[in-house]
Design a binder for this molecule. Sequence first.
Ligand code: C5P
Length: 392
Amino acid sequence: MQGRNIILGVSGSIAAYKVVQVARDLTQHGARVDVLMTEGATRFVTPLTFQTLTRRSVITDLWQDWTEDAQGHISLGEEADIMLVAPASAQTLARLALGLADDMVSLTALATYAPLVLAPAMNYHMWEHPATREHVRTLQDRGATVLTPGRGRLASGAVGEGRLAAPAEIVGAVRWRLGRSGKLAGKRVVVTAGGTREALDPVRYLTNGSSGRMGYALAQAAIDAGADVTLVSANVELSPPWGATLVPVTAATEMFAATEQACKHADVLVMAAAVSDYRPENPSDSKLTKTGGAMEFRLVENPDIVASISRPGLLKVGFAAETENLIENAHAKLERKGLALIVANDAEATIGAPNAALTLLYGGDRVEELGMLPKEEAAERVISAVARLLGA
Ligand code: C5P
């Protein structure tokens, strides 16, 4: 979002107070955020709140006197990379659908080519009304991204659908929309994440300390680059990036089936999951009880997912978390598993940690050291390498 120009239109709904957080998050991500408010919005939150957080002046009045500041705002629509309307009230959705221009929010939406992201919030009768349904469809047909409002207790006390999406979701949707024209636009990327669980009995399992952070960061980086992402996720407690198709799995065999299915039409498979190499051969159907002595399990090998899936045109990226002979071991895996790229790292330092020191190994002995980076940044570098391999 660094350096991107975002117009944030705020309309009159009590949910406007939640959008204060959105303005703050977008600004902190490095975007320039210009806030426009309808008259109704100013009854719920003051312009000063947004001004202070975005460090930009806020326009509320279509008829304000000419000043240099106001002049600058005329070009807002032209400079905008995206226009977000949050909360989008029923009234504002109607104005946008009909192309009315009687307040700063609707006027600017009409005067810009920037893509629209709309986060509706209203009473559930208003949201369900055929008029609103039709306006939403019209806006979607014109290319707007409309977040689905949440179900729950509304400000009126009633329970229904109409709650503003969570601030993190709104920021995620903006991020997704901004990425659409990126280097991986039109590419389908499958990312696996997390650690598989291999059942010993209905409540116990063998697993590892993978947090899924690297895989989720890779999925987000691929979305930022414009890809359509399927995230096959094993036992991760993080929120998935907005726009990713999430396929939750538990064990390695499930991950295999889900990944194979997702790869049928994919261009890239990034296998970041920590897959258990073995599973108990005969997990117990009931909870195991103490026997008073040692207990033995026979383990059988799991399929090697990334090695088994291959399709012409599928570029495969693997990870090698090693405790010794990092480069030699990673290189052997690159060849054995038919990968275009393997990301090598120190297993003990990386698993579950926020940072990673990655080494990228390509076919033909090419090696690239990334050094110690936060996993988010490391993920961006890996996705850039993928884009280069695809010739994008
Ligand atoms: O052989 P090793 O487990 O170290 O290989 C690591 C790479 O292979 C990772 O990309 C991991 O996700 C993948 N893998 C797999 N199926 C397995 C084991 C590992 O796809 N059963």
